[in-house]
Each structure stands twice: as structure tokens, then as C-alpha cells.
Design a protein. Sequence first.
Length: 167
Amino acid sequence: MVISTALICAAAFVLYFVVVPHDDSDAQVQTVDFQVPALTAARVAPYPLLVPEGLDEGWNATSVSYDPQGEYGATWRVGFLAPDEEYVALAQAPTGTDPAAFISSITHDAQDAGAAETVRGQDWARYEGPKYDALVLRQDEATTIVFGTAGFGELAGFAETLAPGEG
């Protein structure tokens, strides 16, 4: 009985580690459609909701959400995997709800670097952090954050694609 149990375990071991493939390198990125949620959110957002337009081929939306009663007010988020496989995302919330806490939460405690990037004539504050870098635009109605693992050049390029959603 002990020998047969050992043989069954050995066969299972061989099947699992030799026969069953374990290569995840071909795993496909799960993508989402952000256009329909953007249109819906733009209709109800208390600020001009921004969406990327005209992104080059290879940009894949991987997450999208609009929470009308989020911790920082009505919060819009959309994340992308860029063609170079860096993460780039957009987050917006009403300015009236503690922008500093919103920025810290979204960027995982990135700090204001004391510098700015000019995008379409507007100065976006640069934030640097251990997890994400970010560009932050504070306006009267909303705080907009473009953040991710990409460098500031790519973040600024993404910010240039942002336009008000049509809701």
C-alpha cells in the first residue's frame, strides 16, 4: 500500500512538473473598453472628465472605473499598458475634496519635485515616488493626475492626448 501511494505521488509529480506547461511568458494582457464607461461618466461627473484621444497603436486599456461616491468624491480612473509595457494611468477627482490626500493616495506617496512639465500651455507639477512618478494638474473643478511607471516624457505625451469626454 505504501509503495502504490508512493508510485502515484511520483507519477503526479512527473505529470505536474514535466508534462503540464508552466510558461506564462505568452500570457495575454486583459484589455477593457474604456470608451463607453467614459461617455457614461462624462454625463454625470461634476467636472470636465478627461479621456485620452488618438493614442497610437499598442496602447491597451487594462482598467477603468468611475465611482460617483468615492473617498475623494466622484473619481474617474483609467489605466493603460503602453507599447513599451510601462503602466500609464489617469485619475481625476473634484478639487474640493482634499487634493493633497487624493494625490498621495493615487501616487502611493510620491512627493512634489518642485518642477513642472508644460502640456498644452498648462503647467503640470512633477511628483516623484518609489512606485510611481506623476504629473498633477490642479484646476478649479478637478485635480487630474497622470501617473505610472513610465518616465516623465511618456507621461507628458499621454497628458497631451487628454480631451474632455463628450457626455
